[in-house]
Design a protein around this ligand. Sequence first.
Ligand code: ADP
Ligand code: MG
Length: 289
Amino acid sequence: ATPTSIMVGTGRAAELGVLFRKGDALQRLEATGIVAFDKTGTLTEGRPSLVRIVTAEGVDEAALLTRVASAEQGSEHPIARALEQAAEGPLVQPASVEAIAGHGLAAEVDGRRLLIGAARLMTREAIDIAPLAAAHDEVAKAGQTPVLVAEDGRIVAVFGIADAVKPGARAVVAALHEQGLRTALITGDTVATAQAIAAQLGIDHVEAEVLPEGKLDAVKRLRAAHGPVAFVGDGINDAPALAEAEVGIAIGTGTDIAIESADVVLRSGDPRGVVEALHLSRAVLRNIR
Ligand code: ADP
Ligand code: MG
């Protein structure tokens, strides 16, 4: 591409709120084989809420929720905000809290030892989830994130956390498929939850239960199978994958680190900007060939 046509193209993109931080991203975008999306905050609003509680026998639901929210007070995870909002009583100061990346957290609240997080946290801590396994699977199949809670070594509850899909998400996936591209979802969420969301949006391929440091490897796997990758993300966790992808596309409402690692920024946070960017790259490169 000539420098002038690239300047005109990136200028038009800017009017649409699509900011090309690097001019050669237009060429790399045109050659993309697959567009991979982060889930939370990218395809979903990133403002999850608690929609379902299933407890084991004899558990006081309100008191448990207060302890869980107390443990989550210091966490940055959106799930923590959903749990805090749902709690009714005043929260207490936990004696200790330990975040376990990609898994959840361990805390001591009111003299009880709590584990709060994904099923793999319970596996790691040798907690038997059998009494609530059916509820866990049901929550996940509904596209909600299941959060399990154990107290003093016993599984006591599963929470269903729902995060609404962004209005433009389905249309973006359909438009990318129409353009002959493949699509993928990369998330730390459990397989069943990720598959339910992918099915809802029409996404081809799912990389689930990806640990924070694993998104970069997921991009490499997708590249090996489908060619050059465009990765769309918003979080701190997404920065390495944004840098690794042929085209890193950051959601402008996301974290600064994600934006700094990206080649393209969608200023409005609307995922439809991905399609605008793609159209533009094709139009510009068609013009100059
Ligand atoms: P994601 O951004 O996809 O949620 P994370 O690596 O941050 O990925 O988290 C992966 C999973 O670990 C979450 O889906 C959740 O099940 C669990 N988890 C992480 N942090 C917390 C937390 N503070 N409270 C409860 N569960 C958590
Ligand atoms: Mg995210």
